[in-house]
Design a protein around this ligand. Structure first.
Ligand code: NAD
Length: 480
């Protein structure tokens, strides 16, 4: 839907929206048609330096703004974001591909996240410790860490940006957000809703050559905290850069979520829930359920029901209200998904997918189940980040937990059972940061979201997400 409503955004630097002055641009593409939507002008080195200076100055002012006022300003921004959800969703669908319903839900989820952080700003209190001497007092304050550099990806551009900027702004930090160049307009529209309520330089948005932007920002003495969501290799690279500068960093690097379906689970309701959750955003979600370990007595019924439900999904352009799954977000992802599927089939996985019946022109892929897959097949090891689910049977719960924990990733996990014994075992032993039992709710604003192992460091959302933008200050007062 390369309609005239789409315009590539400008950058927000030091309170002014303006064109990037770099000599490069990025072509934004409509994933449903593979046609260009517009040219995004990227930041120059001077643009980034200007943003850094503004972030440093703005931090000194913003940290002094009382928490109640920070909260009120953010809440006004959130109200504007909610009011513009339809327009922002249309931009998101055009540049990212997801269905309009998903795009609208994402915009409202971003609003909820920022609202929760805004409210939490009023609860950032310290503590008073018993003094060690008379005529003295000891307290611990929690102070904003300083200007933040944040990097968000293209799969959930609004929610993943909101997780960072909500926490930073509520805590009293200034933030420079480099969102994904592939999905720039939806994030710019969200940033505009918030920036209207903020002093200039507190919230800035840049697009650029990713490696140049991260180097300039992380190496600058102005930046005191880094937050990144994206792939493991890039996360590792940014962590090394941050370590060189001894800067704090939060990393959310994806997942390969296991789903354990025990013998007492109801196949029909489990499959209905999991198919909808798996193929949301065409499977490009770090918390997408992906490795299905199914108790052997249910296994064949599970495969049949899953394939039937996946075949029923209507795949089409995101702007068509009949579509239930949109295209993949870019050509790179389509290629990666096809390659992963072929390599896994070559290792013996049975490919259960529809034949034909996909729209042409864009980056469309069929919802696919790889059945009877070996535990070390490529799709069981590499994050599919697309509409691929894998399934294999298990005989004992110990075996299922062991298989689930083989992955390098440890972000989300799912369990379907009524058994107290199974719930206890899995909740204690599954190596994941979030676990949903008989449901899908692994990520809500008030709970920490973060991963173990290669899935990252630290958490976003919840009080833990707020803490990532704060540092403790112990003060010991004595009367002279
Ligand atoms: P990528 O690693 O090339 O890019 C991921 C994001 O990081 C993009 O937004 C990109 O602009 C940014 N980036 C890349 N190099 C950077 C640098 N040097 N400094 C700062 N930012 C940089 O990955 P991709 O091709 O877009 O996706 C590949 C894989 O990444 C996916 O298959 C998936 O496994 C993972 N991924 C995870 C998430 C998540 O939610 N955790 C999101 C997007 C991608």
């Amino acid at each position: 839907m390369s309609g005239p409503f789409y315009r590539c955004p400008e950058l927000l630097i030091a309170g002014r929206w303006r064109t990037g002055r770099g000599d490069r641009s990025h072509t934004v593409v409509d994933p449903a048609t593979a046609e260009p939507l517009g040219e995004l002008r990227l930041a120059s080195a001077a643009d980034l330096q200007e943003a850094l200076s503004a972030a440093g100055l703005a931090f000194e002012a913003w940290r002094q703004v009382p928490a109640h006022e920070r909260c009120a300003r953010l809440e006004r921004g959130v109200a504007r974001l909610r009011a513009q959800a339809d327009e922002i969703a249309a931009l998101l669908t055009a540049e990212q591909g997801k269905t309009l319903a998903e795009a609208r839900a994402e915009c409202l989820m971003a609003a909820d996240l920022i609202k929760w952080y805004a409210e939490e700003a009023r609860r950032v209190h310290g503590r008073v410790l018993p003094a060690r001497a008379s005529q003295s007092r000891m307290d611990v304050l929690r102070l904003p860490v300083g200007p933040v550099a944040a990097f968000s990806p293209w799969n959930f551009p609004l929610v993943l940006s909101a997780r960072k900027l909500g926490g930073a702004l509520a805590a009293g930090c200034s933030i420079i957000l480099k969102a994904a160049e592939e999905t720039p307009a939806s994030v710019a529209a969200m940033v505009a809703c918030l920036a209207e309520e903020l002093p200039e330089g507190v919230l800035q948005l840049v697009y650029g050559v990713p490696a140049e932007v991260s180097k300039a920002l992380i190496e600058s003495p102005v930046i005191r905290k880094v937050s990144f969501t994206g792939s493991v290799p890039v996360g590792r690279h940014l962590a090394q850069m941050a370590a060189g500068q001894l800067k704090r960093i939060t990393l959310e690097l994806g997942g390969h979520a296991p789903v354990i379906v025990c013998e007492d689970a109801d196949v029909a309701s489990t499959v209905a829930m999991m198919v909808a959750h798996k193929f949301r955003n065409a499977g490009q979600a770090c918390l997408a359920p992906t490795r299905f370990y199914v108790a052997r007595p249910l296994y064949r019924d599970f495969l049949e029901a899953f394939k039937a439900a996946a075949d029923d999904l209507r795949v089409g352009p995101g702007h068509d209200p009949r579509s239930q799954m949109g295209p993949l977000a870019n050509a790179r992802r389509l290629q990666a998904v096809q390659d992963l599927m072929a390599r896994s089939a070559a290792c013996g996985a049975q490919v259960l997918t529809r034949t034909g019946n996909l729209p042409s022109g864009g980056f469309f892929a069929a919802p696919t189940l790889l059945a009877d897959i070996a535990p070390d097949a490529p799709a069981m090891v590499e994050e599919p980040f697309g509409p691929i689910a894998c399934a294999m049977p298990f005989d004992t719960l110990d075996e299922a937990i062991g298989l689930a924990n083989r992955s390098d990733y440890g972000l989300a996990g799912y369990l379907f059972t009524d058994s107290a014994r199974a719930i206890l075992a899995v909740s204690q032993r599954l190596e994941v940061g979030s676990l949903a039992i008989n449901g899908i709710g692994v990520s809500v604003p008030e709970a920490p979201f973060g991963g173990l192992k290669a899935s990252g460091w630290g958490s976003e959302s919840g009080i833990e997400g707020m803490e990532a933008f704060l540092e403790p200050r112990f003060t010991h007062y004595s009367v002279p």
